[in-house]
Write a protein of this length. Structure first.
Length: 246
């Protein structure tokens, strides 16, 4: 068996795929690419592609991860490029690494997530100031309880232990028309997992929901942001350090 771990994207229209549909897309893609993927045993065998954490529907991502098991050696530079070409627009393989024998589980390499929330260019100065003040208050607090509504009833969660770092800035819009307010947050992936919706609830009201929520990367939290799981490259928490517009 040959195993590879990959980082991939889920953007554009593909962010509206459910976790089950996403798995089906990947299984069809590896078949079309002609890769020697391994299959589980039993009456309904499935391609051995594991995803450590399902992304909420509607959330974009440049920080999705998967582990693929093959029954024969593959040439990642060529074969994963061919796999990317068979995936829908918005899904692309960004990087990969071999999995040596005895390697820790992929999920153990993803203790934290760097999230990015982007608001449209409407009164960015006031919104940026408000969010920056709210973030400072949250970081100074010892706890921040929010209520999450679930089908089986309401659940109270303390958001504060999951928050590693927060940063807010106004980023120029890609068309030059105004600026977009950007909030970046490094949140631990410990149970219960705190999502951006929980973070927004902890920050209070007074602002509209963001136009886009993106999972940027996953890995180990640092003072500067996040050490990405597969490459070790630093993904900064400061929005100003990000090249390009959202």
């Amino acid at each position: 068996m040959n195993r590879l771990r990959i980082r991939w994207t889920k953007e554009g229209r593909t962010r509206f795929l459910s976790a089950r549909d996403t798995a089906s897309v990947w299984e069809r893609a590896v078949r079309r690419a002609g890769l020697p993927i391994a299959y589980s045993e039993g009456f309904t065998p499935h391609a051995r592609i594991s995803f450590p954490d399902a992304l909420p529907v509607g959330v974009a991502s440049t920080g999705e991860y998967a582990e693929l098991t093959f029954v024969a050696p593959v040439a990642p530079a060529d074969d994963l490029g061919r796999l990317s070409a068979t995936l829908p627009e918005g899904m692309d393989v960004l990087t990969w690494t071999d999995v040596p024998a005895g390697a820790p589980r992929l999920a153990s390499l993803l203790p934290a997530t760097l999230w990015e929330l982007v608001w449209p260019p409407v009164d960015a100065t006031a919104l940026t100031t408000l969010l920056r003040d709210r973030c400072e208050d949250l970081l100074a607090a010892s706890s921040a309880e929010v209520v999450r509504q679930r089908p089986d009833g309401a659940r109270t969660l303390d958001v504060r232990p999951a928050v590693v770092a927060l940063a807010v800035a106004a980023r120029p819009a890609p068309d030059g028309a105004g600026a977009r307010t950007v909030l970046r947050a490094v949140l631990r992936n410990d149970a219960p997992i705190i999502r951006p919706t929980d973070l927004l609830a902890a920050l209070g009201d007074g602002f509209a929901p963001p136009a886009l929520v993106r999972r940027v990367a996953q890995g180990a939290p640092t003072d500067a942001g996040l050490d990405e799981a597969l490459t070790g490259a630093v993904e900064p928490v400061e929005p100003e350090l990000v090249a390009g517009a959202a």
